[in-house]
Design a protein around this ligand. Sequence first.
Ligand SMILES: *Cc1c(COP(=O)(O)O)cnc(C)c1O
Length: 220
Amino acid sequence: MEIADSVKFFLDAVPPDVVIVAAAKHRTIDEVEAVIRAGITHIGQNYVQQAKPMVQALGGRAEWHMIGHLQRNKVSPAVQIFNLIETLDSARLARAIDSRCEDLGKVMLVLIEINSGRESNKTGVLPEQLDDLLAEIVDLKHIRIMGLMTMGPRFGDPEDSRPYFKATRKEFDRLSAMNLPNVTMRYLSMGMSNSYQVAIEEGANIIRVGTKIFGERPRK
Ligand SMILES: *Cc1c(COP(=O)(O)O)cnc(C)c1O
């Protein structure tokens, strides 16, 4: 399918209150330009060094989400490039973002990444670590917590993702009810090409779609 057709498919298939983040790792600026032209308003990047030239070329035409693991030594360029960081998963990272944003006089919007699959090789915090992390970071003045993100399994039966999405939604609802200062439970980012429908059924209002918009990823 052409990029414009797959974008049209998603814009038609997904409820209007669900944000489609086009996951653009290893894509070219031309490909990303094509999805923006077709109507996508949010671009996700996993790597600061890939995002940089794209934001330089296409900057104001989209919102830019960091969806990959953010290393602390990349925080400085990241807070200048991205509108929202979906992958906050430690207090140390939060403090690094906060301190850099204080220098720049800005407030960074972040989602906390939940390791709902409890896989030790995965990034994100375990649900039971969430309250401790929040306690450490809610006072930081230069970040604002806007919701939660989770990965879940990338391949296989989309139904296999449902328990992970349910578990994340449960934390989302619990935190919403707590009404914490500096926390606005606005976004729940779950679901990828194989699982976006299940994610939306379970309450996602951000989905991150790569392959089903751009086609199979080029091998590096
Ligand atoms: C690549 C990626 C996606 C999109 O995956 P697809 O299966 O290509 O849709 C979503 N979220 C994250 C964090 C990714 O790295």
